[in-house]
Ligand binder design. Structure first.
Ligand code: HH2
Length: 285
């Protein structure tokens, strides 16, 4: 973690406190996301949902304009910008870090111009010109591991050692960011649950999440409502709340600092219980 004091993430002048778990609320402004697609079809509905999540305790709002579920239809940059930008603009002044969930340089550029504080790139900032674009912006960055692309990632993913390969990918990306002069206090890492991983891979990554601590960066996880939870419980997307909260709590116990979720209120409660029990004895009131 940066420095010797309390852990934090620098987000363009804002400091996101990570001395206790932070919750990132998902705001998909897409017609086809696997769980909330089409639910926030107008800017007003999207902003209302963002405000609700902040009231429930979300510290970050993650705005996404393209579904990355397996086999999702890619959208072009213009369409993605048209979905995301009005919402990012309308979130100006909200009491949360505003993150944009995109792999596209053009979308990042517009969102940063409109005031976004963070870029969450499921492609690990590998796109052409992406690192150069974000380098000087001061924004926070989430670097995620994905094997393949959303179109191909479900096609029989295979690893020798999934944790070792995710770690080595993330190490390489951190090196590229460092070489571009990006301060480590701006960067968090994500193993990418469900992105080119089987159920066995996802379970192993969660069980060994603490190994990612070797990277020295805050770990963000996105497990909410994902198909691994459906495979384990037999429940469809709308019935995965309890499983998602359980998975998030396991992730926190294994060192995650930020939890990305559609179910903010329940996850904030779980994080509060975790933080209270896990805090050093002297810090408990
Ligand atoms: N998962 C999704 C999207 N973005 N970003 C990070 N950092 N980590 C994740 O695990 C992650 C992510 C997929 O979930 P969702 O946004 O709900 O679905 P869709 O891609 O269908 O919009």
């Amino acid at each position: 973690m940066p420095g010797n004091g309390a852990p934090f993430l620098s987000c363009r002048g804002r400091r996101l406190d990570l001395s206790r778990p932070a919750v990132m609320g998902v705001l998909n402004v897409t017609p086809d996301s696997f769980s909330d697609g089409g639910r926030h079809a107008t800017v007003a509905a999207a902003v209302a949902h963002a405000r609700r999540m902040v009231d429930e305790g979300a510290a970050i709002i993650d705005v996404g304009g393209e579904s990355t579920r397996p086999g999702a239809r890619p959208v072009d940059a213009g369409e993605e910008i048209a979905r995301v930008l009005p919402v990012v603009r309308a979130l100006d002044g909200i009491d949360a870090v505003v993150s944009v969930d995109t792999m596209r340089r053009e979308v990042m550029a517009e969102a940063l111009d409109a005031g976004a504080h963070m870029v969450n790139d499921v492609n690990g900032l590998r796109g052409e010109g992406v690192i150069g674009l974000v380098a000087d912006s001061g924004c926070a960055l989430c670097v995620m591991h994905m094997l393949g692309t959303p179109a191909t990632m479900a096609d029989d993913p295979s690893y020798g050692d999934v944790v070792g390969e995710v770690l080595s990918f993330l190490r390489g990306r951190l090196r590229a960011l460092r070489d571009a002069g990006i301060g480590e206090d701006r960067v968090c890492v994500d193993p990418g649950f469900g992105f080119g991983k089987t159920l066995a891979h996802n379970c192993e990554l969660l069980a060994r999440l603490a190994d990612l601590g070797a990277l020295g960066r805050p770990v963000l996880v996105g497990l909410s409502r994902k198909s691994m939870l459906g495979a384990i419980t037999g429940r469809d997307v709308d019935g995965r709340l309890c499983a998602g909260v359980a998975a998030a709590t396991i992730a926190l116990a294994h060192g995650a600092a930020i939890v990305r979720t559609h179910d903010v209120a329940a996850t904030v409660d779980a994080a509060a219980v975790f933080a209270r029990v896990a805090a050093p004895a002297g810090a408990r009131a």
